[in-house]
Design a protein around this ligand. Structure first.
Ligand SMILES: Cc1cc2nc3c(=O)[nH]c(=O)nc-3n(C[C@H](O)[C@H](O)[C@H](O)COP(=O)(O)O)c2cc1C
Length: 148
């Protein structure tokens, strides 16, 4: 069975809600799904999954939430061979901050730098505008999974 791993960066749990709503859709599509809410880099690299999805909120001034700092530090410092990795990315932020979705955008850049290939467009959910980020995430994921 192909594997899908979902990586979550969150402070208040919103990004985890998005991940938990999308996981059943991936299971229905035939993937064995695991959610990582305290991820280390090895969870992505050993071995690479068939598919990865990142649900990434931003905190501070465009910063990664604390639960994701070790993952990004490891990627920044050690790098990783991500050629062959296919991924999707949902960034969650608030457009009243000048660094809107800064963490998700930065991770997207890092993944590309190390050779991973994003499938489809990055979704950016604006918590200023959207009452239920999980509903927007699920609607996007339905279209995303169809394109896989
Ligand atoms: C202290 C604080 C700092 C934030 N900084 C940013 C930011 O720099 N950029 C952004 O887009 N959103 C920022 N946000 C908004 C959060 O990303 C948004 O509320 C998001 O829905 C939180 O998701 P979570 O429930 O997964 O933690 C900030 C929120 C807080 C409380």
């Amino acid at each position: 069975m192909p594997t899908a791993r979902i990586f979550v960066a969150t402070v208040f749990g919103g990004a985890l809600d998005v991940a938990e709503e999308i996981a059943p859709l991936l299971r229905e599509a035939g993937f064995e799904v695991t959610i990582f809410d305290q991820p280390v880099l090895e969870a992505l690299t050993d071995p690479l999954p068939d598919l990865a999805l990142f649900c990434i909120s931003t905190t501070g001034c465009g910063d990664f939430p604390g639960n994701f700092v070790a993952f990004v530090q490891a990627l920044d410092e050690r790098g990783a061979a991500l050629q062959g990795l296919r991924y999707g990315l949902i960034a969650i932020g608030d457009s009243s901050y000048p660094t809107f979705c800064g963490a998700g955008r930065r991770l997207d850049g890092l993944l590309a730098e190390y050779g991973a290939k994003r499938l489809g467009e990055r979704l950016e959910i604006d918590a200023m505008e959207v009452l239920h980020p999980d509903e927007e995430g699920v609607a996007w994921a339905e279209r995303w999974i169809e394109q896989l």
